[in-house]
Design a protein around this ligand. Sequence first.
Ligand code: PLP
Length: 494
Amino acid sequence: MNIIAIMGPHQAYYKDQPVRELDQALQARGFQTIYPRDARDLLALIERNPRLCGVIFDWDEYNFDLCSEINQLNEYLPLYAFINSDSSLDVSLNEMRMALWFFEYALNAADAIALRIRQYTDEYIDNITPPLTRALFTYVKEGKYTFCTPGHMAGTAYLKSPVGTLFYDFFGANTLKADISVSVTELGSLLDHSGPHLEAEEYIARTFGAEQSYMVTNGTSTANKIIGMYAVPAGSTVLVDRNCHKSLTQMLMMSDIIPVWLTPTRNALGISGGIPKREFSRESIALKVAQTPRASWPVHAVITNSTYDGLLYNTQYIKETLAVSSLHFDSAWVPYTHFHPICAGKSGMSGERVAGKVIYETQSTHKLLAAFSQASLIHIKGDYDEQTFNEAYMMHTTTSPSYPIVARLRPLRRCCVVTQGDDLFSVQLNGRCISGARCSDCVKNQTAGSLISGNLMELMKLCVGQSSREKKRGTALMIPMLTICILIRLKSPS
Ligand SMILES: Cc1ncc(COP(=O)(O)O)c(C=O)c1O
């Protein structure tokens, strides 16, 4: 991370010469300098180049407006303003919260300024690095070493054989050095939720709208089993979406529990719909319980949200009306729902607590967020027994977790939320809508009664292929949602 953007030149020797000297001093300290044409060009550069680590500009020419626009893109990016002795500096408190520093135009001051820029850049890098990631980076940078697992000993074992060196060179030294033992105390513990691990889980909970979150290193397959193991005691009955992931059916096999199925629809095109509203009613559940040997009133329910074809439920309705005190939304495919207003009220963690209920949500952050494979999260809202839950958590969690997987979980916020989260989502949504329009055309041709409209929501309804007949049958409870998944993930439950 070493690119500094310089706005200029300014056609004035007293300004351009100090900047020229600074350019050379920065290059001598390992920075690369670039010259955007104007403010628009600069903003486009910042948007597309996360390695940019500072902007130098003339305060009289650009001042606070440019700072605000940069701040919208990256609130932490260091900004360096050159001022004249007569520049007006009406900097309010709000402005001071920016990473904004001032220098004066002067000859032979470049080295000192470049040194300060180096220090502020290091602060910036430190600022954007979450504690667990920082602890891991520091451990690796300091060349620390434990006489412990894993047996490859920071990759050195691979350097003992020709094929090992091929492996070492392919993955790189840092990958192997960052694969460290659970006994490294400064990193805290995943199983005990201590140190940087605890900080990461607290931060994730705040970010994803949960009261408590757990990092899981063996995918949502494991996250689902952890919740099932805790929430459904042996001998009790659970309501399960018939289109659930196999980890949930495996959970049913692992424990002596009785499933009562919530049956979703499937339309004429073979697209899996949602569970109709009537399936959630007390009467429907009572009837199924009466017809199921050994069943009693369900203590817990699991719903796949989104469905396998990208539909999201009105989760608020389900939370308020479904007569179970414990409710789990398996959202493996939609870990991003908390970050765009279009999904409000449609995710497990959206909205406030519901009295007397505990809500769980599981998300594969490795699927449609930028985590490493196997990374998953459990979010919880409501009262539960933390100690017992953690027993279930530990029962399914390795005592030798991969820290690169865990460390990748928390920076997600910076990647996907703080900077341009809404924008990234909107761009994807709009982009897919164009493909969606094509998809909806084909749906329209095959499904009588569908409407075509340029309106985004209408497009989304069309894209999920809901026929008006199905809507009348009760699937109107579903909030049709065009997601990336619908086009790239037309797969059946596995
Ligand atoms: C609905 C659902 N839940 C859980 C999982 C399991 O997720 P993971 O691959 O992270 O174990 C999947 C995987 O496809 C899924 O589709």
